[in-house]
Design a protein around this ligand. Structure first.
Ligand code: OSB
Ligand code: MG
Length: 370
């Protein structure tokens, strides 16, 4: 039983080592909202995966700050005694939407819970691996030579799968160039909802490059058009943006809208909801992998623990810390070992906040007594 005592929020800005461009825009700085919860002399941490603007999803760090401050905090104050973190989604259910805000608070409770049990989080979750296969997501580049150099660099580092961000005008040419230079690698593409069914000729051409999957080609909230597309392409469709809950995952599978699911615990409303998708996927033999949102060490650690579950069978968008940040706000940094990220073995997330760096990158914070 946890007795919640305090909650804190921290808005942080961390420069990225290189700009990250997708079909919806370019990020040079990671904006993160961190949550801490304290109970019984322990502190647990969660990271909200919402971005600085409503480009990937409707939520942003600012909407999450508002929802957590004004609507989740009062719920926690009224329910300070917590048997298990999985009780939180029911308490948060009166708040419609805002999965990323809810997930950030639930994540802090999972860390706290695992620390109270003195167990690494993956053991609490039922994980079965001590290392997880690392892939890397490669942003849209300005030219082919620089793209090929980036891909070669990541392959040399040992990444097991390369994912290319694509958009209309940056699709067939880069995919063909990478495939020609590296014929045998696991290669996938992510369009972040940049295409329409009218783009079928392009998507059909992409189908010829032996891609592991085609991630979220169509509308950010679409299932039906993806189901149609799925019927005419050989490449498996993987959904990311469209899956914002376990119910939505079920609908997608019923409709045949995807054959693979990218699980981001934040996008679906938290670890409890992600575990439900995991159950569904195992039942239906749907491969899962863990997506990423350029998280700091806090969110990255959570992804690593989640990715140890048996249904997570494809390489993840979980890369080494140095692929994103020169200095992270959590220690130790994640490093690649023979293409895998080792799972932290210390209690909870198994990473610790570096207070000095957190306070240096923090632009706003607030603490409440619950
Ligand atoms: O669509 O998977 C995505 C980053 C930010 C927002 C959306 C996505 C991504 C990535 C990067 O692809 C994954 C990572 O390395 O964190
Ligand atoms: Mg994606």
């Amino acid at each position: 039983m946890l007795k919640l005592e305090r909650m804190s929020l921290f808005l942080v800005e961390l420069p990225l080592v290189s700009p990250f461009a997708t079909s919806f825009g370019e990020e040079r700085v990671k904006h993160a909202l961190l949550v801490s919860l304290t109970a019984d002399g322990l502190m647990g941490w969660g990271e909200c995966v919402a971005g600085s603007g409503p480009w990937f999803s409707a939520e942003t760090v600012e909407t999450a700050r508002y929802i957590i401050s004004e609507h989740i905090k009062p719920i926690l104050s009224a329910n300070k005694l917590l048997e298990h973190p999985s009780e939180l989604p029911k308490l948060f259910a009166p708040i419609r939407g805002h999965p990323m805000a809810k997930a950030a608070v639930e994540a802090a409770a999972w860390d706290l819970f695992a620390r109270a049990q003195k167990k690494p989080l993956f053991q609490v979750l039922g994980g079965v691996r001590e290392e997880v296969p690392a892939g890397v997501s490669v942003g849209i580049h300005n030219d082919l030579p620089s793209l090929l150099a980036t891909v070669e660099h990541f392959l040399d580092e040992g990444y097991q799968r390369i994912k290319l961000k694509i958009k209309p005008g940056w699709d067939l040419v880069p995919v063909q160039a990478v495939r020609e230079r590296f014929p045998d690698i696991l290669l996938s593409v992510d369009a972040n909802a940049a295409y329409r069914l009218a783009d079928l000729p392009t998507l059909r051409e992409l189908d010829g490059y032996g891609l592991l999957m085609l991630e979220q080609p169509l509308g950010f909230d679409d299932l039906l058009e993806h189901a149609h597309l799925s019927q005419v392409l050989a490449t498996p469709i993987c959904l990311d943006e469209s899956i914002d809950s376990a119910h939505r995952a079920w609908e997608a599978l019923e409709l045949g809208a995807c054959r693979i699911i990218n699980v981001k615990q934040g996008r679906v409303g938290g670890i409890t909801e992600a575990l439900e998708i995991h159950r569904l996927a195992l039942e239906r033999k749907i491969p899962l992998w863990c997506g990423g949102m350029l998280e700091t060490g806090i969110g990255r650690a959570l992804n690593v623990h989640l990715a140890t579950l048996p249904g997570f069978t494809l390489p993840h968008d979980i890369s080494a810390t140095r692929r994103y940040f020169r200095e992270d706000i959590a220690d130790p940094p994640f490093e690649l070992q023979n293409g895998y990220i080792p799972v932290p073995k210390k209690p909870g997330l198994g990473v610790e906040i570096n207070w000095d760096r957190l306070l240096r990158s923090c632009t706003w914070s607030r603490t409440w007594k619950l």
